[in-house]
Design a protein. Sequence first.
Length: 443
Amino acid sequence: MHDVIHVVAVSIATEERMFNVPNVADLEKKMEETIQKDPIAISLPHRDIQELPERLQCPNLQLFLLYTEGNGPMQVSDHFFEGMEGLKVLQFPGIGSSSLPSSLGRLINLQTLCLDWCELADIAAIGQLKKLEILSLAYSNINQLPVEIGQLTRLQLLDLSNCWWLEVIAPNVISKLSQLEELYMGNGFSGWEKVEGGSNASLVELERLTELTTLEIEVPDAEILPPDFVSVELQRYKIRIGDGPEDEFDPLLVKSEASRLMMLKGIKKVSILQENDGTKMLLQRTEDLWLETLEGVQSVVHELDDGEGFPRLKRLLVTDCSEILHIVGSVRRVRCEVFPLLEALSLMFLTNLETICYSQLREDQSFSNLRIINVDSCRKLKYLFSFSMAKNLLRLQKVKVEDCDDLKMIIGPDMEKPPTTQGFIEINAEDDPVHQSWATPTS
C-alpha cells in the first residue's frame, strides 16, 4: 500500500509541481503561496499543526500527503476538500471527529485513501468514492464497517489491521468487493459468524473473493472454518487460528521474511484442521509455522501435515504443547521427505518431548537445510538427534540448548544404526551447555 503511494508521488513529482510544505509557524500563509502555484502534489507535516485551512482550492491537485507523529486527532473543516475534485491519492491520518468531512464525497476520482490512526464514529461516506482501489484504516478506532463500503466494487486493497475496536462488519459487505486482491485484518476483527445470516460477516464470504492473493486474518475458533475458506490463488498470508491473547510469538505482531505464515494456538480439537481442505492446503504451503498450547497432539508430522512432511516450511516454533512426544513420529506414514527446506527449529517448554525424530528417516533430504536449532526447557529430552537425522545435517551452524536437565548427548541411538558424529560442518555449539558431548556421543 505504502509502495503504491510512493510510486504515485514520484510520478507526480516529475511534473516539477510537487510541494513539500515545511513545518512553519504561519501555515495558512505558506499554504496560500503554495496554492497559487497550482500544485499537482502537496506533502504536509502534522507535527505542530493545530488546524488546517477552511478549504483547499487546488483543482489540479492529484496527491495530498499529510504526515502525522501521533500528536492526537486533528479536526478538519467540512469544506476542506472542496475544489480538489481531481485528487487521486489522499493520505490523511489522525482525523478526529464523529464523521468524515462532508466534502470528502466530492473526491469522485480518488483511487487511494489512507485514514490510519483516525478516531471516527461514522465512515459511511467512504462508500461514495466509487473509483477507490486502495483503502487503509489501520490502527483506527472504528467499531463497525458499514454496508456502504460494499459499494466500492473497484477496491483492490483493504487494510483493517490493528483496528482493535472493530466489532461489527455488516454481512455481505466483504463478499461484494469482488476485485479485492489484498485483505489485512490482523489484530483487529475476530467476530466471524460460523454461518451466513448472522449479525456479522462470515468466513464463507472469503470464498467469493476469487482475485484474493494476500490475506492477514485471525480466526478465534477453528470450528467455524468453512471447508474452502481461501482460494488456491492465495500467494501471501498471515493467519492465526485459535483463541488466546496476543504475545511476543504472535505472527500477526512481528515482522517475518516469510510470505506464508500460520499460527495455531490454544486449539483443543486439532483433528478439525485435518478435516478442512482449505487448512490442509495452507499448512502444506506454509513457510513459517508457530504452534502454541495445542491439545491432543503427540507429534507434529503426521498429525498436522497429513503425511506430506511440510515440504515448504522454513521455520518451525513449537511452544507450551505439553502432550507432544515427538516432532517427527512414525515415518512409515510419511510419503516423502520431512522438512526438506527447514532452516530454523525452536522447541520451547515442551514438558513431555522425548525425541525430535522418533524413527529412522529414509530420505537424505529430510532436515537437510537446517541451520539453527534452539531448545529450551524440554526436560525429558535425552538427546537431540537420532543418527538418521544427524547424517543429513550438513548445513547445521548453531545449536543452543537451555534448561534441558535430562539431555545426556547430542546424538542418540537410532532404530537401525549406531550413533555417530559423521557429517557435521560449521557447527557453532558455544551456547550449548552439553557441547562436550559432540565429540564423544554415547549409546
